[in-house]
Design a protein around this ligand. Sequence first.
Ligand code: FES
Length: 108
Amino acid sequence: MSIQIFITQPNGAEEELSCEDGATLLEAVQIGGLDGLVAECGGNCACGTCHCYIEFVAEGALEEPSSEEDQMLDFVVTPREDNSRLACQIKITQALDGMRVRMPDRQF
Ligand code: FES
C-alpha cells in the first residue's frame, strides 16, 4: 500500500507524494520529481541542504533525530525550528501516511 505525504512549497503550492515503505523522504521527493531539496551530500547527513519542516505527523510515528542529524540541523540556512528535520534521515514507514512537510525557501 502506498503512503501519501503532502508537501507545501514556499510559494504555497501543495503537492502529493506517493511513497514506498523503506525509502527516505529525500528519495521519495527526488523520485517524485518535486522541488525544494538540494541534497548536496547525496543523503549522507553531511550538508544540511535537505532541510524541511514537518508540519504534521501522527503522534509517535516519526523517530527523533539522531545526534548526527541534530548536529547538522545547526548548520541549515533557513531558521531551525522545533519541527526541522533532514529529509535524508527520515525513513518512510506506513505510520507516516498523511504526513505534511513544508519546504524552506532556500537550502543555501
Ligand atoms: S542530503 Fe545532505 S544532509 Fe541530507
